[in-house]
Design a protein around this ligand. Structure first.
Ligand SMILES: [Zn+2]
Length: 423
């Protein structure tokens, strides 16, 4: 079959390919992936057909029907994989943001019925159509930033009916536009207001009333927030074990504000990712890397401490040196990070967590794909993978984190189709 799309004269083609094949990139491999100078990417329909230096382009595969995109010596890379978002929610919390800036504490706001309960009320009150319209708007914004695959958690319903509604909306949003959406069930975000002070009873309700209604083929992951004021390590272990027994992949929000041991517990259960990890020590990271043979990814969320004005950031440099694979994400949500700018998260991963530009790019592509089980589909530029490709407006890899807060995306290709062009 001839090429349907050719992207040529890529000054730096960031393929993100290279060993190992059977686990995420860790240690020296996180920056050791391949860059091709003056390269091309060719696609056949929705898949990548060939990647290589311009000198090796098979001209015989080109026809008058082949669409050609000139990269003019700029950087070309895989589409961004956004591996941790709370995409579907009602309302927003700008008024609370302003109150916090004026000096009110999170606990004051929570005591007045604000915080996450504010979003839960707005989410429960929103119709399915309203939630879908908001999710589609956010997805369009993510797409302009070059996100081509996105994980979307439930977790602002906190009752069986609303949680199921949020998962339906996430799936429907994935069908109505080109960004691939991977839904995660996070009913165990905090105990629902009807279960205040009874977290164990709330989790039992989720296990008995919600998990049996979910199909792991449609909702591949179950997540829990393990933290003071949310769920204990013991309760989280029991809940995740129940989810694993039903065939779900596991994720955890842990070590965000305290070192409780949630990350090690979830790694022991075979979780695909450990998210936040701001209080995870380098020693614990090394134990997790050894115990999981480098298969569990630490998903770091540097825009959260920025937005919450906290001092502590996950020691990403130490994690990579300890052999723990690192991914980066925004944690897009209405409370602790309303940003959809994964490029800013990438830069902050360099500035506040000590990643190099090459490690940070791997953290938003190949390792992020591993963190949501999509590594066979996306995250690198190799024959057979989905043709999710970005043409940037920069000329070299270190320029990506350097233009702080910028959107370097010029063209977005998803499944072999040009879906965005920022001129
Ligand atoms: Zn989160």
């Amino acid at each position: 079959m001839p090429y349907t799309l050719l992207i040529r004269h890529c000054g730096q083609l960031l393929t993100l390919t290279g060993p190992p094949a059977t686990r995420p990139l860790a240690g020296p491999d996180q920056s050791g992936w391949h860059i091709i100078t003056d390269g091309y990417v060719a696609c056949e329909g929705s898949r990548i057909a060939a990647v290589g230096p311009m000198a090796e382009l098979e001209e015989s595969q080109l026809t008058p029907a082949t669409r050609t995109i000139e990269a003019h010596g700029r950087v070309v890379m895989p589409g961004l994989v956004e591996c941790h978002t709370h995409l579907v929610f009602g309302g927003q919390r700008a008024a609370e943001f302003e109150r916090k800036l004026r000096g009110e504490s999170y606990l004051d706001i929570l005591a007045g019925g604000g915080g996450i309960l504010n979003t839960v009320r707005a989410t429960r009150a929103a119709s399915e159509a309203e939630l879908l319209a908001a999710a589609l708007r956010h997805l369009a914004d993510f797409r302009r930033y070059g996100v081509t695959t996105l994980e979307a958690k439930s977790g602002y319903g906190l009752d069986a009916a609303t949680e199921l509604r949020l998962l339906r909306v996430a799936r429907e949003a994935g069908l109505q536009q080109p960004v691939r959406v991977v839904p995660t069930f996070l009913g165990a975000h905090v105990p629902g207001p009807e279960y205040a002070g009874r977290p164990t009873d709330y989790l039992a309700m989720l296990v008995n009333e919600v998990l049996p209604q979910l199909d792991p083929a449609e909702i591949p992951f179950v997540d829990i927030f393990c933290e003071q004021g949310a769920f204990s390590v013991a309760d989280s272990r029991e809940f995740l074990t129940a989810a694993r027994n039903r065939g779900f992949g596991l994720k955890i929000h842990a070590e965000q504000l305290h070192e409780l041991g949630g990350c090690e517990m979830a790694a022991e259960l075979g979780a695909v990712s450990l998210d936040h990890a701001d209080y995870l020590s380098a020693e614990a990271a090394a134990r997790i890397a050894a115990a999981t043979q480098g298969r569990t990814v630490a998903v770091l969320l540097p825009l959260v401490p920025l937005f919450l004005r906290l001092e502590r950031y996950a020691p990403g440099r130490a994690f990579i040196d300890a052999g723990l694979p690192v991914a980066l994400s925004t944690d897009f949500n209405p409370g602790s990070c309303p940003s959809k700018n994964l490029w800013l998260a990438l830069s902050m991963g360099c500035l506040k967590m000590g990643l190099t530009p090459a490690e940070a790019v791997a953290a938003v592509t190949r390792n992020a794909a591993w963190a949501i089980g999509q590594q066979q589909e996306c995250g690198s530029l190799a024959p057979g993978l989905r043709a999710d490709i970005l043409v940037l407006n920069v000329g070299s890899l270190p320029e990506i984190p350097y233009w702080l807060g910028d959107n370097p995306v010029q063209q977005v290709i998803i499944g072999g189709e040009l879906v965005e062009e920022n001129m």
